[in-house]
Design a protein around this ligand. Structure first.
Ligand code: 5GP
Ligand code: ZN
Length: 136
């Protein structure tokens, strides 16, 4: 399940070389070419799924297990003092490569990065409406 002209399909299969931290039959974990911090890595499934919506449930579970394994290795080897997992879906959310990937971003004191959002305000009534919109 590969897609022509998908750069992450080519990297995941090994057709395009990458700095690989881990590989098995389903995944390749590579260093990001435009790292936010030292050790910024990407978990790539070898099969092509454009985003989280296309990702099979079982693969989604495997991705999180692998993220935990990589996070532990980075903490031990790089001595990072924090770590962000980031996963963008759709251009509005900042996705630029349309092959599912999970960012693993080790964090260090004064690393100059700010990964977050502006907190908004909401009433209890609005929260209830939103809850019902999603689940009702
Ligand atoms: P997105 O914005 O889609 O969540 O993240 C795409 C990420 O892929 C970016 O962090 C970008 O630096 C990285 N990237 C794009 N092209 C390549 C590439 O050819 N090799 C590697 N290793 N990373 C890439
Ligand atoms: Zn792909």
């Amino acid at each position: 399940m590969k897609e022509d002209n998908c750069i992450f399909c080519k990297i995941a299969s090994g057709e395009i070389p990458s700095k690989t931290l881990y590989e098995d039959e389903k995944f390749r974990v590579i260093l990001d070419l435009g790292p936010a911090t030292k050790g910024h890595a990407l978990i790539l499934p070898k099969d092509h799924y454009a985003n989280l919506y296309e990702l099979p449930e079982e693969t989604a579970g495997d991705v999180m297990k692998l993220a935990k394994k990589m996070a532990e290795q980075m903490k031990e080897r790089l001595g990072c003092q924090g770590l962000n997992l980031v996963q963008n879906n759709g251009d509005l959310a900042g996705q630029t490569v349309y092959h599912f990937h999970l960012h693993i971003i080790p964090r260090y004191p004064a690393d100059g990065q700010k990964i977050g959002w502006q907190p908004g305000q909401v009433t209890q009534e609005e929260l209830e409406e939103i809850k019902n919109e999603i689940t009702g």
